[in-house]
Ligand binder design. Sequence first.
Ligand SMILES: [Zn+2]
Length: 191
Amino acid sequence: MSVQSGIGDEVAGRMAERFFADAMLGGLARWLRLLGIDTAFQAGIDDGELVRRARSQRRVVLSRDRGLAWQQPEHDLYLVRAEQTYLQLREVTLVFRLWRQFAPFSRCSCCNQPVQAADADTLHRHLPPGLVGYNTEGWFCPVCRRLYWRGSHVTRMEQMLARLREDLLAEQVSAASLTALEGRGQATRRG
Ligand SMILES: [Zn+2]
């Protein structure tokens, strides 16, 4: 049975580009950001404030909290069923058909800001010795200054993209709509 069957029907039928992940979904928020999905997250935020901000920013709340779902039925909220982070990502991707929005490596996993391409000088100054090469690609966050480069977490990310692509193909998502999840050439976005 597809994960789409019978869950999230009230929000699954329309485009939902922006999310606010609750305190139990920090790992999911990080993966969504790495895929370029605009996902707010703040550790320790209380339920009322989370719902208020999500509504003012027109974000769908992603939650594992059934109590929150019962308390706030009038707001856009999706109750995530899966417990493991990758399975949560797969579930939310299918329910919201997020592959239409994927832009891997285009957003900071720490603060949700769009990243920018790092020039050679920046990479040379900040990469660990031995990693600097003339063909090294990197990105940095203009807000928190975090630097991303190929060969670090990006390799692990690409392994996850390949797994997600296989899972979506198994759910009858067309290969033509999953080009963003293909090899590193397509995965690279320069800001
Ligand atoms: Zn950042």
